[in-house]
Design a protein around this ligand. Structure first.
Ligand SMILES: [Mg+2]
Length: 288
C-alpha cells in the first residue's frame, strides 16, 4: 500500500502503540473509528466476485453433464465466453446443438418436442451437478476474498452478500467456501427477495435497510457492469474486481477497478484501509 508514513499513522493505531493515558476523554475505539472512517457495511456480489461462477462452476457442470450423457462436447473457457451471449442454460445448449446438427444429441433426434425434452433433461442434470460442485467446495474462491472478509469482520464492519442469483447456491458458497463462522455473521440477500434484478438497486437498498445502515456509507464489490449500475443507483461506493467474462465491460462509473482483490502477498491487494480511503474520497466528491 503506497501511503505516506504520516497518513498511515492517521489511519490506524500501531499494534504496539502505548496504551492511551487515563486522562484521554474519548475511548480509543471511537478515535480509531473516526480516523479510519470505516464503511457502515461491506457488500459483496456473489457470482464473479466471491467465485468465478460461470468459468469454474456452470461451465464445468455443463461439461460434466455432457460427459455423463456420453456426449462428445467440451466447452472451453473461450467458447463458453461466446456462448454466454445467450442467456439461460437451456437456450445456450439449444443454440449450440443447433449449430452442430451433424453431431449428437441432435443428429439422431429431429423432432422439436423430443429435442426440447432432451435439453430439459440435460439441464436438470447440469443443475444437480452444479449444486454438487458447490457443496463439494471444489469451486475456488477468488483471490483475496477470504482475507478481505476476515479484515472487515475483525474491524467490526458488517459484511453481506447481495445477489439476485439462486439463494440456496449463494448461501452454500458462503457456508462451504468461507466457513461456518463467517456464514454465521455474513448475511445473504439473494434470489427473489426483491422484485427487480440488478441493474435495479433494489437488492442493495434492501440490504442497507435490513442492516440499518446508510447506503452512502456502504462499499460494494462487484464484477459486472450490471452490478456496478445497481450499486451506484443505490448511492453506494463501488469497486470492481474484473472476472473472466466481464473484463471488457464498461466500468467508468466505478470508484476503482482491480483485476482481483489480490492475494495476501500482493502489494497492490485491496485492503480495508484502501476501501476506507475510497469511501472518504467518494464522500468528499459528493460534497464538492
Ligand atoms: Mg457478478
Amino acid at each position: 500500500m503506497k501511503m505516506k508514513p504520516q497518513a498511515y499513522q492517521a489511519h490506524r493505531v500501531h499494534p504496539f502503540a502505548p496504551v492511551a493515558p487515563r486522562t484521554c476523554t474519548l475511548p480509543q475505539r471511537i478515535v480509531v473509528a473516526k480516523a479510519r472512517q470505516l464503511p457502515d457495511a461491506l457488500l459483496f456480489d456473489c457470482d464473479g466476485v466471491l467465485v468465478d461462477t460461470e468459468r469454474d462452476g456452470h461451465r464445468i457442470s455443463f461439461n460434466e453433464a455432457f460427459k455423463q450423457k456420453g456426449l462428445d462436447h467440451e466447452w472451453d473457457v473461450d467458447l463458453y465466453g461466446e456462448l454466454l451471449e445467450i442467456g439461460g442454460g437451456k437456450e445456450r445448449m439449444t443454440k449450440y446443438f443447433n449449430d452442430h446438427p451433424d453431431r449428437e444429441p441432435f443428429r439422431s433426434t429431429q423432432d422439436p418436442a423430443a429435442r426440447k425434452a432432451l435439453v430439459a433433461e440435460l439441464h436438470a442434470l447440469k443443475t444437480a451437478l452444479f449444486t454438487q460442485l458447490v457443496e463439494s467446495g471444489a469451486m475456488p474462491l477468488r483471490p483475496g476474498v477470504a482475507r478481505l472478509v476476515g479484515e472487515a469482520i475483525s474491524a467490526g464492519v458488517p459484511v453481506a452478500v447481495c445477489s439476485t442469483s439462486n439463494e440456496k447456491a449463494v448461501s452454500s458458497i458462503v457456508r462451504v467456501m468461507l466457513g461456518p463462522q463467517v456464514a454465521e455473521v455474513m448475511r445473504v440477500f439473494a434470489g427473489d427477495i426483491v422484485p427487480k434484478k440488478k441493474p435495479d438497486p433494489a437488492i442493495y437498498l434492501l440490504a442497507a435497510r435490513e442492516l440499518g445502515v446508510d447506503p452512502a456509507r456502504c462499499v460494494v464489490v462487484e464484477d459486472s457492469g450490471i452490478g456496478l449500475k445497481a450499486a451506484k443507483a443505490a448511492g453506494m461506493t463501488c469497486i470492481v474486481t474484473k472476472s473472466s467474462y466481464t473484463a471488457g465491460e464498461d466500468f467508468s462509473a466505478a470508484d476503482a477497478v482491480f483485476p482481483s482483490l489480490g492475494e495476501d502477498s500482493d502489494p497492490d491487494r485491496v485492503t480495508l484501509d484502501r476501501l476506507c480511503q475510497l469511501l472518504e474520497q467518494a464522500q468528499a466528491n459528493a460534497l464538492a
